[in-house]
Design a protein around this ligand. Structure first.
Ligand SMILES: O=C(O)CCC(=O)C(=O)O
Length: 249
């Protein structure tokens, strides 16, 4: 298992991993996010919220039918993608390493607040099976994948600020399993912040973001105080995400 333990800023770990994978060391500051702001608009009422169609209405809502149409096919949430037993197997492998680290809260310039993280290349058999399923459903056949899996542990008080993934370091697709807690992922169109969609990431679900939603929308994981989906409160507890990525072509 390759672990980068002294990286300042969670999302930077990813860029470092990707740069390692590319085999091209670079000098200077690592920039993985293209924009970060902490000005996520609060949407505590349900006026103007449009729900997804049958099959997606339980996990997708947004500001207009048009924006839902824009993201359709590029976002997906597969509820109950893993069983309770598989969640336990993942936690059993991850907890010992995570517990040795402290949550990071105090770096003002980081895209993540209240987190600890690791990456993992080698997994036991149950987890290898789970990750094989994730990769099979999420990535185009033949797509070069990033070997190490990124694991992000958000404290109950933690959250991920709005950011756009860098096309330099990230491929077309990101797929993440949510362990321990439900949460809300918000995507906001960079060119027009009135256009947004929320994804309800239920515990043990798999989300997949592809193409345009990666690069034209910011994405964020809401803090507990703001965590609502379609007007319904979604309590955010400690949450661990297990994230697979492909490489840029
Ligand atoms: O924790 C998550 O599932 C989201 C991670 C994220 O925003 C990212 O890797 O770009």
């Amino acid at each position: 298992m390759a672990v980068v333990s002294s990286v300042r800023g969670g999302i930077r770990l990813v860029s470092r991993v990707l740069r390692q994978a590319e085999g091209k060391p670079r000098l200077g500051p690592v920039v993985w996010v293209r924009s970060v702001s902490d000005s996520s608009p609060l949407r505590s009422d349900v006026q103007g919220v449009v729900k997804g169609v049958e099959g997606e209405h339980s996990w997708l809502c947004g500001s207009s039918a048009a924006v839902l149409e824009t993201v359709r096919g590029h976002v997906e949430v597969k509820e109950n993608f893993i069983t309770e037993e598989e969640e336990s197997a993942l936690l059993q492998e991850l907890e010992p390493g995570l517990k040795k680290k402290r949550y990071e809260f105090d770096h003002w310039d980081d895209a993540i607040h209240g987190y600890r993280e690791t990456e993992r290349l080698q997994w036991g058999s149950v987890c290898t099976g789970v990750l094989g399923r994730v990769r099979a459903v999420a990535f185009p056949e033949g797509s070069p994948l990033l070997g190490p899996v990124h694991v992000l542990d958000l404290d109950k008080a933690g959250y991920i600020k709005p950011h756009v993934d860098s096309i330099k370091f990230c491929g077309s697709t990101i797929a993440g399993l949510s362990l321990l807690s439900d949460s809300v992922m918000r995507l906001v169109l960079e060119d027009n912040s009135a256009d947004w969609v929320d994804l309800l990431l239920s515990r043990r679900s798999l989300y997949i973001l592809r193409d345009e939603t990666r690069f034209k929308f910011t994405h964020e994981i809401l803090k507990d105080a703001d965590s609502c989906f379609s007007g319904q409160r979604v309590p955010r507890h400690r949450r661990i995400s297990v994230i697979c990525r492909n490489l840029p072509v």
